[in-house]
Design a binder for this molecule. Structure first.
Ligand SMILES: NC(=O)C1=CN([C@@H]2O[C@H](COP(=O)(O)OP(=O)(O)OC[C@H]3O[C@@H](n4cnc5c(N)ncnc54)[C@H](OP(=O)(O)O)[C@@H]3O)[C@@H](O)[C@H]2O)C=CC1
Ligand SMILES: Nc1nc2c(ncn2[C@@H]2O[C@H](COP(=O)(O)O)[C@@H](O)[C@H]2O)c(=O)[nH]1
Length: 485
């Protein structure tokens, strides 16, 4: 990557920069290979942040089907994390795992479950056999105590579970239906697929492990028994381990990395699979190199850019994210390693700019909180707009949950150091209410950015990108106007 006018002496945010178009021989945006350059080989270079309000098994399976990976937060109990990993490993790589209810489930119980999937229905099962579909529209205007078998649709599009996404697409378009239910030879439920899902399956490749199962990562805190948690997560099948703390460039993080690396190496010797370790967060070349020396394969970069973050206001510490990514990525590349750009992403352009600066993949939290797949419960404000509640992992709320086993004094002391927002409303975009909708939005933007730079791969993109520094009005000029001026 090069600057149009030489590297400035001051640090830059994503908003401060733009990319100049350069001559390109790439004929189509679909010719761009978006595989991550972080060694994980994600076909979509996105990682869902290890935040309790965002990353759970539903998020993990959905993004893995589209080539990305989600990290289960450190605050989840080992048992819950193990269950999440196990469910994601069992999930189908093409068909979505639907919500299911029984014919006798009452409408009042079924309705809150339906928004937990972007496809908007629950499958009604007798045993494991699908007998109906119920949507919020089917249940509109009926008594809440009515059993779903009285309102469900029974005219189903059943497809064999070995159907390809293309075959399902044809079946659905021929029958003018939106959702197919895949069943096995016994007629038992395997999963569901919408026309959009079938189309996406043709565009994205799932992120899978050596056994062909969807991938999922898990976080380990630096306080407490990190090595024991890491060992248990590896045994449960985690595909990547993330050690992160606010100040990643501290002795305790380095010691934790050394300890977890030993556990990981032992796991690799016995099982033959070397799980990558991620450490963070840092914003300097020195921090990056120290974490790599201690055992990190990937360094997580970003202090203070996150949407739930109060660190910069509270402490004055942090660094504008574009420059942090640029410097840390260069330092990591010098020793053959990579970084994730973590936090501060609000538009597809931010992802493109992070990748142009050399990030191996980009971590997103809050933007994905406002989706059907995040862990929170769907709520509506006084105007009827749908939202989910999000909170920072260093907020008083998260600290209270994380320190439950400690004494009252320790908890009160920890509570003094909050560096995050405890409650924030992340609205679902009515045009893009699912995480896959946002992934389409982001990846189409990044594909296009690559062709503007004449790049077919992300390493090409980093090599060819030409970046300029813009004024505030330069940034404002680029913002679309949704009504006249
Ligand atoms: N990317 C970012 O900008 C930030 C991210 N976060 C996220 O919040 C989550 C919780 O992280 P964290 O608050 O570190 O909690 P952790 O539970 O990971 O604990 C942090 C440990 O480091 C010690 N510590 C020393 N200096 C600091 C410091 N400046 N800030 C925080 N801890 C320090 C703490 O001790 P003691 O409590 O005794 O001081 C504690 O033992 C993580 O997921 C992290 O990524 C949090 C803040 C910033
Ligand atoms: N300073 C804080 N940073 C936090 C907190 N919770 C999470 N984070 C960081 O933000 C990113 C995600 O950024 P986003 O802009 O996509 O939301 C996450 O990975 C953490 O590094 C917090 O409470 N305080």
């Amino acid at each position: 990557m090069r600057f149009t006018t030489g590297k400035p002496e001051f640090d830059l945010t994503y908003d401060d920069v733009f990319m100049s178009p350069t001559r390109s021989s790439v004929r189509s945006r679909m010719d761009v290979d978006l595989s991550s350059t972080d060694g994980l080989g994600l076909s979509t270079p996105l990682v869902v942040a290890n935040m309790t309000a965002i990353s759970g098994r539903r998020m993990a399976e959905t993004v893995a089907r589209r080539g990305a990976v989600s990290i289960i937060p450190q605050d989840l109990s080992l048992q819950a994390a193990g269950t999440a990993i196990e469910r994601v490993k069992r999930a189908h790589t093409v068909f979505d795992t639907p919500i299911h209810v029984t014919p006798d489930t009452i409408v009042a119980d079924a309705l809150p479950l339906i928004p937990k999937r972007a496809h908007g229905v629950a499958v009604v099962l007798e045993g494991r056999r699908p007998v109906g579909l119920v949507s919020a529209a089917d249940a509109a205007g009926v008594d809440r105590f009515v059993p779903v078998h009285e309102v469900m649709t029974t005219d189903l599009t059943l497809v064999p579970s070995d159907s390809t996404a293309g075959e399902v697409f044809e079946t659905l378009t021929d029958s003018r239906r939106k959702i197919a239910i895949a069943v096995d030879e016994a007629g038992d439920l395997v999963g569901v697929l919408t026309t959009k899902g079938a189309m996406r399956s043709a565009i994205y490749s799932p992120s899978v492990d050596a056994a062909g199962r969807l991938r999922i990562g898990a976080a380990v805190g630096i306080s407490g028994e990190a090595a024991d948690r890491a060992r248990a997560l590896l045994a449960a099948g985690a595909d990547v381990l993330v050690m992160d703390t606010a100040h990643g460039h501290q002795d305790r993080m380095l010691e934790t990395l050394v300890a977890v690396r030993a556990v990981r190496d032992e796991h690799a010797r016995s099982g033959g699979v070397r799980v990558p370790l991620v450490g963070g967060n840092v914003v300097t070349a020195e921090g990056t190199l120290d974490l790599i020396e201690a055992g990190a394969d990937i360094v997580k970069v970003g202090v203070g850019p996150g949407a739930m973050c109060t660190t910069r206001m509270q402490t004055g510490v942090g660094r504008p994210q574009f420059s942090a990514v640029l410097d840390c990525a260069a330092a990591a590349a010098d020793v053959g390693k990579a970084i994730w750009a973590d936090g501060g992403v609000r538009h597809p352009r931010d992802v493109a700019l992070a990748l142009a600066a050399g990030a191996g993949a980009v971590m997103i939290g809050s933007w994905f909180a406002g989706t059907h797949e995040s862990t929170g419960t769907l709520m509506h404000d006084a105007d009827g707009r749908a939202y989910k509640e999000s909170f920072g992992m260093a907020s008083a709320r998260a600290v209270r949950a994380r320190t439950q086993q400690q004494t009252f004094f320790e908890r009160a002391r920890a509570g003094l150091f909050e560096e995050g927002i405890s409650s924030s409303r992340m609205y679902l975009d009515p045009a893009r209410p699912g995480v896959e909708d946002l992934m389409d939005f982001i990846t189409s933007g990044v594909r296009s950015s690559c062709t503007y730079a004449g790049a077919r791969t992300l390493s090409d993109f980093h090599a060819r990108a030409t970046i300029g520094v813009q004024s505030r009005s330069g940034y404002e000029e680029g913002r679309p106007l949704h009504s006249s001026w």
